[in-house]
Design a protein around this ligand. Structure first.
Ligand code: F6R
Length: 248
């Protein structure tokens, strides 16, 4: 997996934001929609902040952007302070000119009986607009991408998943305690992630060093779902020096 190592996450985020902005502008010139797959969590926050600045100061427009987020906790009200829906509005959508009907975050309120159909329709919506031009990813300390936890298969589809204990522990701080963290989430599957034409995975800090090494240099294994990205024709890992520290 091609790995770009930057001195720090700020520099790295600048490069990624520039790639996304260039893609949006190029599609604009061609008169086409730009379909983005987006992630939440701490890793992409600076990328979103830079895109917001580019919108405000450089006139970068999101009018041709359609976006699909990777995941949402279940059950979760979109207006909750803990929801990924809310996160995306606060970090990006409320500060740029993307149309409300053009961004999608999995709905954490779908009744259990309707979930299967809902997940299929979420993928169908991506396909109906031509598939993902670009997928932004973070990585869990356990190798999850989206919330495809270890054990997820390479051909897994969008579905309800049970979160790993380690994933819930990592989220515990934000939720004010482990007991407040939902046990489940809706996640885009590994297969639809791998369908994106371009994938960029972000990882910052020593906490991610060993899982990055496994994904880049280790075998392709369901024990580290990020290792499935080895099979993708146009993927980059964008990491800081600490996250790269275990690469040989
Ligand atoms: C979030 C997501 C997760 C995170 C991962 C890393 O939408 O899909 O895979 O990217 O848990 O989270 P951070 O960036 O907070 O370390």
């Amino acid at each position: 997996i091609p790995t770009q190592i930057f001195a720090d996450s700020k520099e790295a985020s600048n490069a990624v934001a520039k790639e996304i902005a260039d893609l949006i502008r190029q599609k604009q010139k061609e008169g086409k929609k730009c379909v983005l797959g987006l992630a939440t969590g701490s890793s992409p926050k600076t990328v979103y902040a830079i895109l917001v600045r580019m919108h405000k100061e450089e006139g970068l427009s999101f009018k041709n952007v359609i976006s699909f987020n990777l995941d949402e906790y279940y059950q979760m009200e979109p207006e909750s302070i803990y929801s990924y829906h809310r996160f995306m509005k606060e970090q990006l959508f409320d500060h740029v000119d993307i149309a409300k009907e053009n961004y999608f975050v999995p709905d954490g309120t779908v009744p259990p009986a309707l979930l299967r159909d809902y997940c299929t329709s979420y993928e169908n919506k991506i396909n109906a607009v031509g598939g993902l031009d670009f997928q932004l990813l973070g990585i869990g300390g356990n190798g999850h991408i989206g919330f495809n936890e270890p054990g997820s298969l390479i051909n897994s589809r969008t579905r309800l998943i049970t979160l790993d204990h380690s994933t819930r522990v990592a989220a515990g701080m934000e939720f004010g305690g482990l007991h407040n963290v939902p046990r489940k989430a809706i996640t885009l599957g590994v297969a639809p992630i791998l369908n994106a034409r371009r994938i960029v995975l972000l990882a910052w800090g020593e906490r991610k060093a060993s899982v990055i090494r496994g994904a880049v240099e280790g075998p392709v294994t369901e024990l580290n779902p990020a290792s499935y990205l080895q099979a993708h024709p146009d993927v980059s890992f964008v990491v800081d020096e600490s996250a790269a520290s275990e690469l040989t």
